[in-house]
Every structure is written in structure tokens, then in C-alpha cells.
Design a protein around this ligand. Structure first.
Ligand SMILES: Cc1cc2nc3c(=O)[nH]c(=O)nc-3n(C[C@H](O)[C@H](O)[C@H](O)COP(=O)(O)OP(=O)(O)OC[C@H]3O[C@@H](n4cnc5c(N)ncnc54)[C@H](O)[C@@H]3O)c2cc1C
Length: 475
């Protein structure tokens, strides 16, 4: 019997695995796929490793939160690469260019340069980002900000709608809605403005290193281990049952998969009441992404060390459905250590309703209509990217396209949602989830609980690991 059985080898599951192994507990991670990492996975096509859900991270500078966490996990030995301090993110709104400078003072100066008449509002916004960075991890300070609408907060301080679009302009790494909590918006923006980093190579390195660390500490990471059921006695969960019938027993269970999928493993549970299962299964999810991974001909596209976010004819940036009409795009380059770029990803949001008609299909067998749709959407993304890289069309050697259905099938995420459960400032109690469930030894982790992204998921992993240590089954 293991001390801790972890379902899912996404970032949160693997991080919990390392933290708890370091504390001397025996750990077993169960992953349904052949490869660990969930959204961190990369997949190989020819000689190229293509990323699924990892492009850059924020807050990895010395003294910043992600640095502290990654240092403790042994991840700082990876080849991190600081992005352009003058313009790590570029926002292009209907052809007009705005660059994000790295560092709070530099960011404030840059934005005030673009919008001198809004200097006061910009100062208030940057003060908020500073305070969120300084108090990260302090729930007393952060919780009240979850109950405030980011949209309302910005609109009360900033009268120029273009500036609001610019401050929201890097937000394809979250989902903007009128209900988006101010804390989610500020925490993500603050960490990337503090400092932004890429990896030389793919995000898979993060997952592989965490797996190696668990194994070197005596833990086990099993791939092709699809958990189909959780067994329980009258007191607690006793075993995770795999699709081949294998039972993996443990004292504590951590689920790193979507809470709705976790609840589906607990059919007829007496420990987790039907009402809690129903509530967790019905929560809304954020939109998914269409990712066009492009391998470029060796034609000399210079590596620019920044991301570019493009918006075209967007009237309401807080309306995900409008952005998902092909009007918003993130261009992210892969850093391979040279000053040329051979691989770029184009990411554009997609609402579930657009792909729902093919929801019963399986990978590679979704039919001609789906393939046509995918190609049409990919072409639309490439055309939008050409507004900033005009020669892109001639540089394409190969494209590989994934949709929310691909994400759903490879990561088990409900509706292929990119950033998990949609948070609602008007319903904080319902949409912010605790790692605890009503089964005393079943805990949750991962991006769906509080905050998504590499930093958010890592912070939640710390919370979940701390909760394990005070679980009666372990004490
Ligand atoms: C397109 C995209 C781009 C992104 N870009 C960035 C970025 O640039 N920067 C950033 O900070 N964040 C980014 N993110 C977010 C970040 O990748 C995620 O927040 C984070 O990786 C989620 O980790 P997780 O622990 O919640 O698990 P997940 O990645 O959701 O992994 C869950 C794992 O559980 C496994 N699983 C599911 N069901 C079962 C089962 N029944 N049995 C066993 N295993 C199971 C899955 O196969 C998967 O491996 C991006 C996400 C997406 C989708």
C-alpha cells in the first residue's frame, strides 16, 4: 500500500508527488497516457517536439514566487531563458502596436508613455500588481479580490477603452469575462510583468524532470494507467482501480484530474454525497484553444524573444464568444538556442459549442467535416498572423492542428477547456475549490481549484501537499 496515490501526472500531480516524496512518503502517480505531463506534454512529429500547453512562465526571477517553488522542486536546473525585457509581450490591436516592458516601474512608464492622459489609473493598476506580487500566497489578502470583477475594477479607474484593451491584451492565457475575479487577472498579469521566461526546448522537460525526481526518491510513476473507479469502505477511499482491473491501494488519494472527472470515478459513493458530486460536475469551464503548431522552413525568420497577441475588430474584449470568432490570436515562438526560429505556435480561443457536434468522435477518426473545419480555422489563424509576419505563408513547412477535442482526449479535461473551471467573482464559494472533499482521504489538486497556469497550479500543489500532511490517514 502506498502512502499517497496520485491520479493524473499533470503539473499539479507531479509536483505533489515530488513534495510528498521529499517528506518521506511513498508515492504512486497513475497516468492514463503513454507520456506524463498533461498540458505540459509535447508530442513528436518527424524530428520536431511540439508543445501542447506550455509557452512561457511568469515570476521565475530570483526572489519571485515561481523561482522559490521551482528551486525547491529542482526545476531551476532546466535551461530557462529570460524574454525581452523591453517587449516580452507585444499587443497588436487593429494594427496598432503596444509593447509590455518587464518590471513594474518599466511597465508603468511604458503604458503611461502610450496613454499619458491615463497616468493615474495606470499607477493604481500597477500598485495593485505590486501588492498582489508582494502578498502572493497570503489568502487573507487575496480572498477579498476574488469577490471583485476585474472588468468593473478597471472600468472604474480607466476611462480610455483602448487602454483597457491593452491591459487585457495578453489575456489569452486566461479567459476574460465580466465575472472574472480581479485576483485571477492581477495575479497572472503581475507574475508575467515581474519577469517572463521561456524554456530552451519543450515543456515536456518540466514533466520529465519531476517524474525522475519522484522515481529517484523511491516513488513510482505508472503510465498507461487509466483510473476508472475509486473504491471506498465506510470510512475512506481505499483503492484506485485501473481499466485493466488492477487495484492500487493507498492511505491518501490526490486527484489532479478535472473535478467532474474525479466525481465520475466515485459512482454511488457514500463518502462524497450525490449533491457535492452533482455540484462539481455542473460547473462551467473556460474556453478551449485551437493550436496551430507550425514547423518553418529554414528560411531565416529571426527569433524575437517575445509573444505577439493580435486582436482584430474586437468590440468587447470581455466577451469570449467574440474573441473565439477568430479575432484574437497568440503567436508564441519556440526558443532553440539560436537566433532563428524554426517553430511557432498560433493559439486562438474556441468555444465548446463550435466542436460539440463531433464530441463522440475519437482522435484521428473525427470525419471529413471536422478536418475541413480544423483546416479552415487554422488558415484563419495563419492569415491573422500574417498581419504581423507577412511572409509566414511562404515559410510554412508543416502544420499540426489541435482543437479542444484533442485536449479533451489527451488530458481528460472537460470540454477540452484550456484553463479549467470558470471562476466567478459573484460566486466565489462555488467556483473556488478547496483541495478537500467530504471523503477524508481524497484530496484535489490541479488548475481547476484556484488559479491556473504554471504558477497557479504550482501554488495549489503546495496547498494540497500541506493538506495531505494533516490528513488523519497519514498523521
Ligand atoms: C493551450 C494551452 C496553453 C497554455 N499555455 C500556458 C503558458 O504558456 N503558461 C502557463 O503558465 N500556463 C499555460 N497553460 C496552462 C497550464 O499548462 C496548466 O494550467 C497546467 O499545466 C495544468 O496542470 P494540471 O495539474 O491541472 O493537470 P493537466 O495538465 O490537466 O493534467 C491532468 C493529467 O491527468 C491525466 N488523466 C486524466 N484522467 C485520468 C484518469 N482517469 N486516470 C489517469 N490519468 C488521468 C491526463 O492524461 C493528464 O496527464 C496552458 C494551457 C493550455 C491548454
Amino acid at each position: 500500500m502506498y502512502d499517497v496515490v496520485i491520479i493524473g501526472s499533470g503539473l499539479g500531480g507531479l509536483e505533489c508527488g515530488v513534495i510528498l516524496s521529499l517528506r518521506g512518503l511513498s508515492v504512486c502517480v497513475l497516468e492514463k497516457e503513454r507520456v506524463v505531463g498533461g498540458c505540459l506534454q509535447s508530442y513528436r512529429r518527424g524530428s520536431w517536439d511540439l508543445d501542447t500547453g506550455f509557452h512561457y512562465v511568469g515570476g521565475l526571477g530570483k526572489g519571485q514566487k515561481l523561482h522559490e517553488i521551482f528551486d525547491g522542486l529542482g526545476l531551476m536546473e532546466l535551461p530557462w531563458h529570460k524574454m525581452d525585457v523591453n517587449a516580452f509581450d507585444r499587443v497588436v490591436i487593429d494594427g496598432q502596436v503596444y509593447d509590455y516592458a518587464m518590471g513594474f516601474d518599466e511597465f508603468e512608464n511604458r503604458m503611461s508613455g502610450y496613454f499619458p492622459h491615463q497616468a493615474h489609473g495606470i499607477r493604481e493598476y500597477v500598485d495593485l500588481l505590486r501588492s498582489v506580487a508582494a502578498n502572493i500566497g497570503d489568502s487573507e489578502k487575496s480572498l477579498p479580490l476574488f469577490g471583485v470583477s476585474a472588468k468593473q475594477w478597471l472600468e472604474e479607474r480607466i476611462s480610455d477603452p483602448t487602454l483597457i484593451k491593452v491591459l487585457c491584451g495578453t489575456s489569452l492565457k486566461l479567459e476574460l469575462t465580466p465575472q472574472l475575479p480581479l485576483y485571477t487577472f492581477a495575479q497572472i498579469n503581475s507574475s508575467f510583468i515581474q519577469s517572463s521566461w521561456r524554456l530552451k526546448g519543450s515543456g515536456q522537460q518540466v514533466a520529465d524532470l519531476l517524474k525522475m525526481r519522484i522515481e529517484s526518491l523511491g516513488g513510482v510513476v505508472k503510465t498507461n494507467a487509466d483510473v476508472v473507479r475509486l473504491e471506498e469502505d465506510s470510512v475512506q477511499v481505499t483503492a484506485a482501480v485501473l481499466s485493466d482491473g488492477t487495484r492500487v491501494e493507498g492511505k491518501v488519494f490526490i486527484s489532479d484530474i478535472h473535478p467532474a472527472a474525479t466525481m465520475a470515478l466515485l459512482d454511488d459513493s457514500k463518502l462524497v454525497k450525490r449533491i457535492q458530486r452533482g455540484r462539481l460536475s455542473r460547473l462551467d469551464n473556460t474556453y478551449g484553444m485551437l493550436t496551430v503548431s507550425i514547423v518553418l522552413k529554414d528560411s531565416g525568420l529571426p527569433y524575437t524573444n517575445r509573444n505577439t497577441y493580435i486582436y482584430k475588430d474586437v468590440s468587447d474584449i470581455w466577451n469570449p464568444a467574440e474573441l473565439a470568432q477568430g479575432r484574437a490570436l497568440l503567436i508564441s515562438e519556440r526558443y532553440d538556442g539560436t537566433d532563428h526560429c524554426r517553430q511557432i505556435d498560433l493559439l486562438t480561443p474556441v468555444m465548446w459549442g463550435e466542436v460539440e457536434q463531433w464530441q463522440d468522435s475519437k482522435v484521428m477518426r473525427r470525419g471529413a467535416e471536422y478536418d475541413d473545419w480544423k483546416q479552415r480555422r487554422a488558415q484563419q489563424a495563419i492569415s491573422l498572423a500574417q498581419s504581423v509576419i507577412p511572409a509566414l505563408g511562404d515559410m510554412v513547412e508543416k502544420t499540426y492542428v489541435s482543437s479542444p477535442l484533442t485536449y479533451r482526449d489527451y488530458t481528460g479535461t472537460a470540454q477540452g477547456s484550456a484553463y479549467g473551471i470558470r471562476k466567478d467573482c459573484n460566486n466565489v464559494m462555488l467556483t473556488l475549490l478547496s483541495p478537500r472533499t467530504s471523503a477524508p482521504n481524497l484530496l484535489l489538486t490541479g488548475q481547476n481549484l484556484n488559479l491556473h497556469g504554471i504558477l497557479g497550479t504550482s501554488m495549489t500543489a503546495l496547498m494540497t501537499a500541506a493538506a495531505v500532511e494533516v490528513t488523519d490517514a497519514i498523521k
